[in-house]
Write a protein that binds this ligand. Structure first.
Ligand code: ADP
Ligand code: MG
Length: 225
């Protein structure tokens, strides 16, 4: 039996707004195995992004446990979580989240700056990654000089900078035309073939069907696995 790389047990998430508490996730239990390609799907507002942010250590659960590589990360201090996130997880956002005032190359090197990798090593690696996503000719441009599809490929290169074993993508094709969306999916599938664990959120059934595992979230609960 392979052991899971991501193990969520009874995860809840509540937001405290003044006097009232709203529970968004009501007890999610989920296992993701190494090398898996999983899709999280479900209606808008059902809690998909909240769940992926918890998996990506960008947010913390209110209760429940989260094991990452068999290690309980639920109650780690914030700086320790940031450290694990920077090394183990690459996150791709729907709206790319690139720094507009930095060059493409600088955007991609950023996770390695935080990790303390020496300049020449990180720049060589960033150039290599940008070549892999077909952007060698654009490394000194600003993100807003690129198309949406190109920007998302920059974001993927950035996600790969510290060679994480897990890639999380929140509607990575949501802001793209269908051709660019296909290219981005192709890259994510290629990364999965190379052994990375990939979890994507999509509300596009055609994309979800390309995944080997589909998790449907409805009103903060898993409807179907
Ligand atoms: P999805 O990604 O499936 O569209 P989200 O996880 O973004 O859903 O949001 C789920 C619910 O949580 C929504 O009703 C949203 O309004 C609410 N929500 C998200 N973030 C916050 C927040 N910071 N404070 C309060 N409510 C939030
Ligand atoms: Mg969302």
């Amino acid at each position: 039996m392979k052991t899971s790389v991501i193990t969520l047990s009874n995860i809840t998430k509540s937001y405290f707004l003044g006097e009232t508490t709203i529970e968004i996730l009501h007890g999610i239990s989920l296992k993701i195995y190494p090398g898996e390609f999983a899709a999280i799907t479900g209606p808008s507002g059902s809690g998909k992004s909240t769940l992926l942010h918890i998996i990506g250590l960008l947010d913390v659960a209110t209760s429940g446990t989260y094991l990452l590589h068999d290690k309980d990360v639920t109650k780690l201090k914030e700086d320790r979580q940031a450290d694990i996130r920077n090394h183990e997880i690459g996150f791709v956002f729907q709206s790319f989240n690139l720094l507009q005032r930095a060059s493409v190359l600088e955007n991609v090197t950023l996770p390695a700056v935080y990790a303390g990798t020496p300049t020449t090593i990180r720049e060589d690696r960033a150039k290599e990654l940008l070549e892999k996503v077909g952007l060698s000719d654009h490394i000194y441009k600003r993100p807003n000089q690129l198309s949406g599809g190109q920007q998302q490929r920059v974001a993927i290169a950035r996600a790969l900078m510290n060679d994480p074993s897990i890639i999380l993508a929140d509607e990575p094709t949501g802001n793209l035309d269908s051709k660019s969306g296909k290219d981005v999916m192709e890259i994510l599938r290629g990364l999965n073939k190379q052994g990375k664990t990939v979890v994507i959120i999509t509300h596009d059934p055609a994309l979800a069907n390309q995944a080997r595992k589909v998790v449907t979230i409805r009103d903060g609960l898993i409807a179907k696995t």
